[in-house]
Design a protein around this ligand. Structure first.
Ligand code: NDP
Ligand code: MG
Length: 382
């Protein structure tokens, strides 16, 4: 079990649940980071007594420093501050629960410092998958998935002795709030509709990604990197009850699934206690109460985001960075009421088309450059 954690994005949905799990398991908190929610950061500093707390936003970091000057926690700001939190000496694991590819640089900083990673921040792998995985392997760093589907696959693979025996990964998807809707019906959905997820309570960005099904597309790319499996060996199936968190099909036709009450605390805890299992506060699964588990094929003509992601990762160039950047910008515009729901995927499509020949980047600098150019292009489109 991990002993000391750095939690990046400690004020978010995954971050706060990670702090609860850590407390339940008696794991100490070495460092934390957030962006703007400094009243929560202050509470977390007083409760967990980390050595370092970083707020990305300079102005908020200054305010936070004032608020907690009676404590011994060092307050830092900006991306450098978050990277320093990630390198915090006493931490043996960094939980990356920041939203967006802003998490890439701190993840790399943690890997360079030899820290194991419990990875929730999928945009980091979508944008920098090759770099992150290569660097982790060079530095002997383990990456434990926190995303529930990837944790499920990781758990299903524990008994697998030879990777050749893996036939297929099967990611489950809840289908989001717009499951069964036609393209026409999606034209007038509102932000409130999009934020109304049927089974998970999450941050706003990933909730919108779930509504467009971009989340599942990003998860396909995340799985390609985490498990070194090609995109065409990754299937997606809609499973409305969110009880089966994903499955692995083996060469002999056996399919192993991981099930559980839908709670992110389960994958968070497994990433922190692997390979052991400890008692958890999550309500145990009661299948006789649930009665039915249903499965459907996704509708790829209404929800085009998954195919876009498959094509992006198959291109084997910098397209996933472009796709991720365009999606982050488009979702942010949708959240700010500047575009309609259907425009999100349209903007991503146009941006990916524009940059389709972008080369495969080899450094953080090149990734950041492609990211910046793509965001600029999206903002010019609006
Ligand atoms: P939230 O929006 O709830 O939290 C995001 C966190 O990132 C907050 O701590 C926020 O700080 C911080 N943050 C936002 N912008 C910046 C920035 N520019 N610099 C530094 N920190 C920043 O997101 P979630 O917890 O829902 O998701 C986090 C990650 O985990 C995402 O990548 C998501 O895809 C992934 N994930 C989430 C799941 C979930 O159930 N929520 C499930 C599986 C994966 P502040 O609040 O202080 O502004
Ligand atoms: Mg997921």
């Amino acid at each position: 079990m991990k002993k000391n954690l750095c939690v990046l994005g400690s004020t978010g949905s995954i971050g706060t649940q990670t702090l609860e799990v850590a407390q339940e398991l008696g794991i100490k908190i070495s460092s934390i980071s957030g962006n703007k929610n400094i009243s929560l950061l202050e509470n977390q500093i007083r409760k967990s007594k980390p050595e370092i707390a970083a707020a990305f936003d300079e102005k908020y970091a200054k305010e936070l420093k004032q608020k907690v000057k009676d404590t011994s926690t060092k307050i830092l700001s900006g991306i450098d501050g978050i990277c320093e939190a990630a390198r915090c000496k006493s931490a043996d694991c960094v939980v990356t629960a920041v939203s967006g590819m802003i998490g890439l640089e701190p993840t790399l900083a943690a890997i360079y410092a030899g820290k194991d990673i419990a990875l929730a921040n999928k945009e980091t792998l979508v944008a920098g998958g090759n770099l992150v995985m290569n660097l982790a392997s060079k530095n002997g760093v383990k990456i434990f998935p926190v995303d529930s589907e990837h944790s499920a696959i990781f758990q299903c693979m524990q008994s697998c002795k030879d990777r050749k025996d893996i036939c297929k990964l099967i990611l489950t998807a809840s289908g989001g709030p717009f499951f069964g809707k036609s393209k026409k019906e999606l034209e007038n959905v509102t932000l409130k509709d999009a934020l109304n997820h049927p089974s998970w309570s999450m941050g706003a960005k990933i909730t919108v990604d779930s509504a467009t099904m971009m989340n599942k597309g990003l998860e396909i790319i995340e799985a390609v990197h985490l498990f070194d499996v090609p995109e065409n060996k990754i299937d997606v199936i809609i499973h409305r009850e969110s009880i089966v968190h994903s499955m692995v099909e083996f060469a002999d036709g056996s399919v192993i699934a991981q099930m559980g009450t839908p709670s992110m605390k389960t994958p968070i805890q497994y990433a922190l206690t692997y390979p052991e299992r400890f008692k958890s506060s999550v309500t145990p699964l009661n299948l006789s109460k649930i009665k039915n588990l249903s499965f459907f094929q996704p509708n790829n003509s209404t929800f085009e985001a998954m195919d876009l992601c498959r094509k992006a990762v198959s291109a084997n160039n910098g397209t996933p960075i472009v796709l991720n950047a365009a999606n982050e910008e488009a979702v942010s515009m949708f959240l700010n009421g500047k575009i309609k729901f259907c425009e999100i995927v349209e903007l991503v499509k146009s941006t990916v088309e524009k940059f389709k020949n972008v080369k495969l980047p080899v450094s953080l600098k090149e990734i950041l450059h492609i990211d910046k150019e793509s965001r600029h292009f999206v903002s010019e489109l609006i």
